[in-house]
Design a protein around this ligand. Structure first.
Ligand code: GLU
Length: 290
């Protein structure tokens, strides 16, 4: 006998909310999480919670705990077990190796300080992407060998130019739900970092790997990440992963028209909850149906 629940289940639909536990969740996160959750529920699909905690210096277990508490308080239920990216570095290393072997990555020896200085002196400044836009600085194979021998730290960057060459003839695009097909610009993010010494695998690589592994069909997230989608589709193509559909929602702004930041304590879900605000009021404030 097929039960009601089984009948309603749509195995082709899964969304995810993938926060990084570097602070308390605020109203902006609540909007992303609830939008993805509502979409999954109305499609009869799955809602997956993924903890993106690869930045070991900034992520804290107490914030992961707070994510669980805040989402449960909002009335969200997620699949178990929850994937914690920090437990899967070897998988990201394997994906990185696969990319390295294609020749699409290169070592970048510039320090953060040098990057910041370059950003300040760039004529148009750095674009507001996750890594900022980086243009490669080429060094000779001899200099590279010497720097490696010297034990100098480096990051692995994806060469946008090599990626574009390798993917010539491929239809690089993604479907933005409600808008249509968007052409991907492989150069939009510059040469992104995929791994560095103090952070074995970057957000883009881990997110793309896990979205594929977890069969995410629909990614619903803020429009600040729309730029990142361009490079993430490039990575999906290079790694042979299926491209999900995307929905980039408007950002929730505070009363001054500014984006919420993790430092705005008053707008954290924890603070609102402790001050007697009910989850229904959060939905109302965010313009979501109760
Ligand atoms: N960990 C990322 C963040 O918190 C996730 C972004 C995404 O949804 O892909 O911004």
């Amino acid at each position: 006998m097929v039960t009601d629940t089984a009948m309603r289940q749509n195995h082709d639909y899964s969304t995810r909310f993938a926060p990084s536990p570097t602070g308390l969740l605020h109203l902006g996160h609540a909007f992303s999480a609830l939008s993805a959750y509502d979409a999954a529920m109305s499609a009869g699909g799955k809602f997956i919670l993924r903890i993106e905690d690869t930045d070991l210096g900034r992520c804290r277990p107490e914030f992961t705990q707070a994510i669980f508490e805040d989402l449960a308080w909002l009335g969200i239920e997620w699949e178990s077990p929850v994937r914690h990216q920090s437990e899967h570095f070897e998988e990201f290393a394997a994906a990185l190796k696969k990319l390295r072997e294609t020749g699409v990555l290169y070592r970048c020896f510039r320090t953060r300080k040098e990057m910041e200085d370059a950003a300040l002196s760039a004529p148009h400044g750095f674009r507001d992407g996750i890594d900022g836009v980086f243009k490669p600085i080429h060094i000779s194979p001899d200099e590279e060998a010497a720097r490696i021998a010297n034990g100098e730290a480096f990051a692995w960057r994806l060469s946008a130019a090599r990626a574009a060459d390798m993917l010539v003839g491929r239809n690089l695009e993604f479907e933005e739900i409600g808008i249509g097909v968007i052409k991907v610009d492989p150069f939009l993010n510059g040469d992104v970092i995929l791994a560095r010494k103090d952070n074995h695998a970057s957000y883009h690589l881990c997110a793309v790997h896990d979205d594929a592994l977890q069969n995410i069909s629909h990614i619903i997230r803020g429009e600040d990440l729309k730029i990142a989608t361009h490079i993430q589709v490039v990575l999906q193509a290079l790694l042979g992963y299926r491209a999900p559909k995307y929905q980039h929602h408007q950002l929730i702004l505070d009363e001054n028209g500014k984006r919420f930041a993790k430092r705005d304590k008053a707008q954290t879900l924890r603070h609102l909850r402790e001050n007697g605000v009910a989850p229904e009021q959060i939905r109302e404030r965010l313009g979501l149906r109760n």
